[in-house]
Design a protein around this ligand. Structure first.
Ligand SMILES: Nc1ncnc2c1ncn2[C@@H]1O[C@H](COP(=O)(O)OP(=O)(O)OP(=O)(O)O)[C@@H](O)[C@H]1O
Length: 493
């Protein structure tokens, strides 16, 4: 009975594909199945009767195994899937799951240990390989995510740059619309005098470079036309000539106009606004009436001209721009510097390439051409046929002093066209009177100018701006007239 049971037990052992060992309580091998011999490349002779730790010259002395079997196998306890990794000299590294169970041999109930060894090397290697793949893929995913994050940030930066450029274009568009409303005179510069030819020669000489240009000359001599010509011949001509009239606004508003502001920079600033410097980036900025710029803003302007850097109002972020500067003034800046009203360092920065516009009275040979040009233009606009200019009238126009220069001539001619009912032109103004008593040696230009402005103010009952005002008669912007009044200390009595 006992014998037949052992036979059955042995045939069960033999049919199990998993390596199996029967150990006695000393961990001596009592039996092993063929699978054990095959997998671990040992034979029954060297196995049976040997302590498992001595097997294969002590290769089985796996401390973990001993510990498990000796100490951790109390009665009726089963230890499953105890994983052991061991390198055998003859078969290399094996990863094994050990399942140990206490069994008893009758009739004396001798304790034995049934040790099942599952060889999971391949499965474990595959698992480890998969884990490695997962780890690598996770690392790749993390890198890819970081890359995507970086790209997102780059895209966001690009987007905000596009937004800024869009804002700049919108500002430029709005600015150009305003310019169109102001009906800018884009005609050519009329004149054939040597003085004017010299000016045009200087314009051609400097236009292509990025050099700062300072245009000097009395009011109405065509400084803005020259500024437009410099820009028009430059490589920046595809962009707008952005203009700021430094006399037109009080100090804080000019600062805002020049440098822009952030949303919430001051009460009522609900949106961010780009300043003219930003709008003129890669284009040209025309600073008209630069002599009127308040001292406190002159240092800020100097910094932009020198370093191309500034901050919007309400922001500490420095903005860099590349704007070509053209400035104009009817003031004597050297004198302004001497009197402490204009910073000398700014004056040196601006006075790199000065162009002086000659007053109209010093180029009377241009008057015939200008009269001809403007009479035709004004008549066409008014739908009149006026065109005959009597010689005596031309003499009068050529002898007149023209303190308001070409702008004044334009206004005189406009009134003349209105005043004429037939083809022959009749002047509406008396151009002989105001200066009949003058000779250049008797009075300075400043006194003449002062007297003339006072006379026009008196004549218009001190109406400075609007229809039939002194500014209109003098052919001046109201801001220019106000600036002249301040400078010449003209006050209403
Ligand atoms: N040579 C010229 N040919 C044609 N028009 C001219 C000429 N010079 C000036 N003008 C005209 O005279 C007017 C005044 O010119 P502009 O505004 O350029 O003068 P300005 O010197 O800049 O004056 P301000 O100092 O008052 O700003 C404009 O309408 C301009 O078109």
């Amino acid at each position: 009975m006992q014998k037949s049971f052992l036979n059955i037990f042995n045939s069960i052992l033999g049919s199990i594909r998993e390596p199996l060992l029967v150990l006695d309580s000393n961990l001596r091998v009592m039996d092993a199945n063929p699978s054990f011999y095959k997998i671990f490349c040992v034979n029954p002779q060297e196995t049976v009767g040997t302590l498992i730790f001595d097997l294969g010259n002590g290769q089985w002395n796996i401390p973990k195994l001993k510990e498990l079997l000796e100490q951790s196998l109390p009665e009726n306890t089963v230890y499953n899937d105890f994983e052991v990794e061991h390198t055998f000299k003859n078969i290399g590294t094996k990863i094994m799951h050990l399942n140990a169970r206490r069994i008893y041999r009758e009739p004396n109930h001798a304790p034995l240990i049934l040790l099942a060894i599952e060889d999971v090397t391949e499965r474990e290697y595959y698992k480890r390989h998969l884990e490695k793949v997962v780890e690598t893929r996770t690392a790749e995913l993390v890198t890819a995510r970081q890359e995507a994050e970086k790209r997102k940030q780059t895209a966001e930066t690009a987007l905000s740059e596009i937004k800024r450029l869009k804002e700049q274009l919108e500002e430029e568009k709005a600015y150009l619309k305003e310019e169109i409303k102001l009906e800018h005179n884009h005609e050519n510069i009329i004149g054939k005098s040597d003085a004017l030819k010299y000016v045009l020669y200087k314009v051609e000489q400097i236009a292509a470079s990025d050099t700062t240009v300072l245009i000097l000359g009395e009011t109405g001599t065509g400084k803005e036309l020259v500024a437009r010509a410099v820009h028009g011949f430059s490589k920046r001509k595809k962009r707008a000539l952005v203009k700021v009239n430094c006399a037109a606004l009080p100090s804080n508003l000019i600062e805002n106009e020049l440098f822009g502001h952030e949303k919430g920079a001051f009460t009522g600033s609900n949106t961010r606004q780009l300043g003219r410097f930003e709008v003129a980036d890669e284009a040209t900025l025309f600073l008209d009436e630069i002599g009127e710029l308040p001292l406190e803003l002159q240092s800020k302007l100097l910094r932009v001209i020198q370093d191309g850097e500034f901050e919007r109002l309400g922001s500490s972020r420095t903005i860099k721009v590349n704007a070509r500067i053209i400035a104009a003034t009817n003031r004597n800046l050297e004198q302004e510097v001497r009197q402490g009203r204009f910073r000398s360092d700014l004056w040196y920065r601006l006075n790199v390439f000065p162009i002086t516009m000659p007053p109209l009275r010093d180029r009377i040979e241009d008057i015939t051409l200008l009269v001809d040009f403007y009479v035709k233009k004004i008549s066409k606009r008014m739908g009149k046929v006026t065109g005959i200019i009597p010689k005596s009238m031309m003499n009068t126009l050529q002898n007149y002093h023209w303190p308001g220069n070409v702008r004044e001539l334009e206004n005189v001619l406009e009134r003349a066209v209105i005043n004429s009912s037939g083809p022959k032109l009749h002047l509406a103004d008396d151009l002989n009177k105001p200066f009949a008593y003058l000779t250049k040696s008797q009075q300075t230009l400043e006194t003449v100018e002062r007297d003339y402005i006072v006379r026009m103010l008196e004549q218009t009952h001190w109406k400075v701006s609007g229809k039939n005002s002194a500014a209109e008669i003098l052919g001046l912007n109201r801001s220019t007239l106000r600036a002249r009044m301040r400078k010449l200390n003209i006050k209403r009595p």
